[in-house]
Design a protein around this ligand. Structure first.
Ligand code: NAP
Length: 345
């Protein structure tokens, strides 16, 4: 069966997902698109050679008979409305992060999905599909390093545009660590503190950069994460888990080793799209395959909610400098019953 997909939002990641579903993956077909910028939606249909209808109204696309499932890649503040509408229509929906811009918005989605009675929502936390993070998780679960005690990590970007705000270092950038570390450790967070080291001269006036986020989990694991979005030298994701009897590191992306000019060197990536390109492919293919089977196999609405509760606490901690408690209620049985490898904890 071919999954007939409608895409809302034909900007950067929307175009990328349309391209991979059309040219790289199997089992899915883009049959409908919508964007507030209709000219752009038309241009995407033409340049990517799609046999797809351009809808003026996103809600008409969601309800359309020819659309089996929805991909939401519009601007973050619109996600809640579209995901709720997809649930109301009883259609599976893949929503790019954030699931909603507030924890309350995510909770509405969780409640609507539970009321619907069957999981429909997957959130675009693609790092759970990265081979490196999966290998890390396997080692932790094997017990080879004993119990995890500490995690040291870094999320570094070469530079960010003028439009990047201080809050974006949490809600756009660090949000990926929030999700993947929770999944990696199979644990939830209980508190967070955000501290500001000496500011780089390479950041714009309004931006504190870098920042350090210190998280504590329910099991007592301490995480220190550096978020440095004007590091200049590359897009660099680091993660080291320290256990009782060993240490495990996220592997570096594969790259040729060059011997030249009396130096041994390897390239460092500069573009986040390249760093996680395989993860996006695996993520969307898994979404298509599981959706056809009537299942959700990836990060669920509950994970989107947990990430939002944590990022709200991070924002408060960033503002106050204090240690802020993170309280997440017990995960509902509805989600416990549907756990999978890439899914909820
Ligand atoms: P983008 O290039 O700005 O694209 C968003 C598109 O949605 C734009 O074409 C925008 O139109 C359109 N849009 C806005 N409001 C809409 C509405 N009400 N109905 C239909 N279309 C609407 O942004 P992007 O970089 O693709 O990001 C989109 C989402 O994906 C964001 O939530 C972002 O956080 C997420 N994302 C996730 C990852 C990841 O690693 N998982 C990576 C990149 C992005 P206008 O431009 O005319 O407003």
């Amino acid at each position: 069966m071919t999954l007939k997909i409608g895409v809302i939002g034909t900007g950067a990641i929307g175009q990328d997902h349309i391209r991979r579903i059309t040219n790289t993956l199997s089992g899915g077909k883009i049959v409908a698109v919508n964007d507030v910028n209709k000219e752009q939606a038309n241009a995407v249909v033409n340049t990517q050679g799609l046999d797809a209808k351009v809808y003026d109204d996103s809600h008409d696309l969601i309800k359309a008979e020819e659309v089996d499932a929805i991909v939401v890649t519009s601007w973050g503040p619109t996600h809640e409305e579209f995901v709720l509408a997809a649930i109301e229509a009883g259609k599976p929906v893949f929503c790019e992060k954030p699931l909603a811009t507030t924890a309350e918005g995510c909770k509405k989605i969780v409640d609507a999905e539970i009321a619907h009675g069957k999981p429909l929502v997957q959130v675009g936390y693609m790092r759970r599909y990265d081979t490196g993070y999966r290998a890390l998780k396997k080692v932790i679960e094997s017990g080879k390093i004993g119990e995890a005690l500490m995690v040291h990590c870094a999320h570094r970007n070469p530079s960010v545009p003028d439009t990047y705000t201080g809050d974006m270092s949490i809600v756009d950038t660090f949000i990926h660590e929030i999700d993947v570390l929770r999944w990696l450790l199979d644990d939830d967070y209980v508190s967070v503190q955000v501290v500001a080291p000496k500011k780089t001269s390479k950041a714009l006036e309004h931006l504190q950069d870098p920042i350090m986020v210190l998280l504590e989990t329910k099991q007592g694991v301490r995480i220190n994460a550096e978020v440095f979005v004007n590091c200049q030298y590359g897009y660099d994701i680091q993660c080291q888990v320290v256990g009782e009897t060993g240490i495990v590191n996220l592997p570096e992306p594969s790259s040729v080793i060059l011997r030249s000019d009396a130096k041994l060197s390897t390239d460092i990536l500069v573009d986040w799209k390249e760093r996680f390109i395989d993860s996006y492919d695996t993520e969307l293919q898994d979404w298509i395959n599981s959706t056809v089977k009537g299942e959700v196999n990836g990060p669920m609405a509950w994970d989107g909610y947990a990430a939002a509760v944590t990022s709200d606490a991070c924002l408060e901690a960033k503002k106050s400098g204090a240690i802020v408690p993170i309280s997440l209620e017990e995960r509902p049985d509805f989600y416990n019953k549907n756990l999978t490898v890439a899914g909820s904890l």
